[in-house]
Design a binder for this molecule. Structure first.
Ligand code: COA
Length: 260
């Protein structure tokens, strides 16, 4: 599929989605959000894609936020709809995908950019990356899940400080906060994402999806993560991947998971 603002590349079980509006620091306008939805949906449906990497083009930005020029004159109801539609189409959508999503944060990840990175299942960053939720400096608040996901990742106090000051943290600080898992040079960023993806894709994709669902369940209102874990654990016993994984162990060979 041809996209205006994103690039998709498939290589050895990994689909890399690159947001490609470098002249606007990859800011998320409506078209880009829709295209990202389609690209994530396609990659998730594709049996050959075991891991998705999301990154930004150019050396400066992952994503410098939602496109401010699009919502500057919005009304209250339009503002509410913007947040609701964005969350449904992209941010919640990504967080709940069964295919693991790694955000490779290659520069500024601000506002909607950091919210997108936080929707991914985990994040790695290049050493020039800067992250923050600057919305209150524009008279608005994070609307794509930032007020919920940032405290989950870094704790309430740090999240409150980052949101209220509208400041940016360095990649090193983000690492010490637990906001990103690894920091490397910009050249090493995508190779590291591929390397981690390589480890994930050796495992049962069905079990990985069940694990994502169980971990997410602990953060959902009205869901008991322990109960979800029990159900997902039980379901694994009915899969061909489980039969293959246990059989391969007993036969002292590497498993070849059918992904079912
Ligand atoms: N929405 C729309 N356009 C954006 C944007 C955004 N969130 N972030 C950057 N851009 C555009 C700029 O308007 C500029 O476009 P132009 O060349 O047509 O004028 C271009 O991207 C380059 O940005 P510029 O501000 O010139 O780069 P810089 O290196 O001086 O500053 C930032 C980089 C990231 C500090 C600055 O762009 C910024 O503060 N962006 C907004 C961040 C933000 O508040 N995001 C949250 C939105 S809710």
């Amino acid at each position: 599929m041809d996209y205006e603002n994103i690039l998709c590349d498939f290589n050895e079980g990994v689909t890399t989605i690159t947001i490609n509006r470098p002249s606007k620091l990859n800011a998320l306008n409506k078209v880009t959000i829709k295209e990202l939805h389609e690209a994530f949906k396609e990659a998730d449906k594709d049996d050959d894609t075991k891991v998705i990497i999301i990154t930004g083009s150019g050396e400066k930005a992952f994503v410098a936020g939602a496109d401010i020029s699009e919502f500057a004159d919005y009304s209250v109801s339009q503002g509410e709809r913007l947040a609701a539609q964005g969350q449904a189409l992209l941010f919640d959508f990504v967080a709940h995908l069964g295919t693991p999503v790694i955000a490779a944060v290659n520069g500024f990840a601000l506002g909607g950019g950091l919210e997108l990175a936080m929707s991914a299942h985990f994040r790695i960053a290049s050493d020039n990356a800067k992250m923050g939720l600057p919305e209150v400096s524009l008279g608005v608040i994070p609307g794509y899940g930032g007020t919920q996901r940032l405290p989950q990742l870094v704790g309430k106090g740090r999240a409150m400080e980052m949101i209220m000051t509208a400041g940016m943290v360095s990649a090193e600080d983000a690492l010490s906060y637990g906001l990103v898992n690894h920091v490397v040079s910009q050249e090493e960023l995508l190779p590291l994402a591929q390397k981690i993806a390589g480890k994930i894709k050796k495992n049962s994709s069905v079990a990985v999806a069940a694990a994502i669902n169980s971990v997410n369940a602990g953060f959902e209102d009205g869901e008991n993560g322990f109960d979800t874990e029990i159900t997902e654990f039980g379901k694994c016993f009915g899969t061909a991947d489980f039969k293959e994984g246990t059989q391969a162990f007993l036969e002292k060979r590497k498993p070849e998971f059918p992904g079912k």
